[in-house]
Write a protein that binds this ligand. Sequence first.
Ligand SMILES: Nc1nc2c(c(=O)[nH]1)N[C@H]1C(S)=C(S)[C@@H](COP(=O)(O)O)O[C@H]1N2
Ligand SMILES: [Mo]
Length: 424
Amino acid sequence: MNDPTPLAGQHLRLTRRYFLQLGAAGAASLGACPLWAQAADGEDIAAEDALAEQLAKLQYLTREERFLNAGRGSPPPHTLPPEKLREVGLHRDTWKLEVVPDPDSNAKVESPLSEARGTALDWQGLMKLAETKAVRFMTVMTCTNGRTPFGMGLWEGVPLRDVVWMARPTANVRRLYYYGYHNDDPKQQFRPSLPIGRVLEDPPGEHPVILCYKMNNRLLTPKRGGPVRMIVPDGYGNKSVKWLQRIVLTNDFKANDSYAEQNNDTNSRVKTCARFLHVPEKVKARQPAPITGVAQVGSSGLTKVQYWLCRQGTDLPADDPYFTKAAWQDAEILPPPTDWGGDLPDGKLPPVAGQIDPASGKPLVWPMRYTIAHWAVLLTNLAPGKYDLRCRTIDAAGIPQPMPRPFAKSGHVTIQSVPLVVEG
Ligand SMILES: Nc1nc2c(c(=O)[nH]1)N[C@H]1C(S)=C(S)[C@@H](COP(=O)(O)O)O[C@H]1N2
Ligand SMILES: [Mo]
């Protein structure tokens, strides 16, 4: 197999299957879209590449080399030469994690894990904990200010609470903050924080905050934040610190996240929203147009993806900025994949308790919160003209995007609009 884009291919097969299921009209639509027809024949590599580029945004599990990267650092820590990585503790042989009380607060911690005391947690210590405590779950990495998800990982790690308890906090701890290697330059420090309660227990059906050492069943690369990063499954990416080295337990009750200094709402949980993947620029009148996209499933769940085709030039109501009164129609949320992609060793999903039924190998619920789902729709009976095509989600409470919170700095959820030309 030397297909450079197996995940893109996976999405293509999945969406083709959907369109083919729609019967003759569906099958014909594939021919109506040149990109798809060529890619399906495997003849036109350029078209396949162009399609793959779009589809890459919509893989289920994202392979390491396709994962989008964000983060501070000059130089970015993952680009340091191997001997330097080793020297600064970003190698499994030299990595140490401290869990200490905040010197500026009265937090009581009986057994801090610290370099000075020789009690910091090392890789072997973490692996020892992993023998009995390791958990795995799939969640999407998505940035507060990102338009599309950065990627989805199957993350493995040890619940943070198990390491917090090792430090024996006894009083005056309301939050914790944490950071990674930052070139020893305080200006480069990236420091999120969490309420202690989020760490110590999880609402039913939610995943724990973890000290993560594997993605897609492979050890974390330096680029992905290895040897160990935080993964906060319900949070935006800014909570998931890479190159983690220090956790500070504090009685400060305020969030002191560095990302908040840029006007970000760092406590917002991941929100539900839809994006387009493939929309043909031009279609012929009365020929079906296949449309695909991705939905990010946030804390409020996902019940529907909808689209609205609106002729350009139509007056839009001034008092309805989110088009709640428009003629939205339902798209189809595609079923779970059989091949999860992500370059998993042996191509197989390991057991994922809590998300995947061990007997059937299928998700326990679909779509899954804090992950992505693919969606598609076939537009038919199109009259010639120029249109704007929009998509949105409806969450589990029946509330349409971008409510309940339209504030951009709480997570980007604007309703996407793309042009579509139907030729006479
Ligand atoms: N150490 C460190 N961790 C960090 C950041 C950073 O600047 N430094 N940026 C965060 C932000 S804002 C995001 S969106 C995610 C992106 O994770 P990724 O590079 O794995 O996609 O990393 C987070 N972790
Ligand atoms: Mo981010």
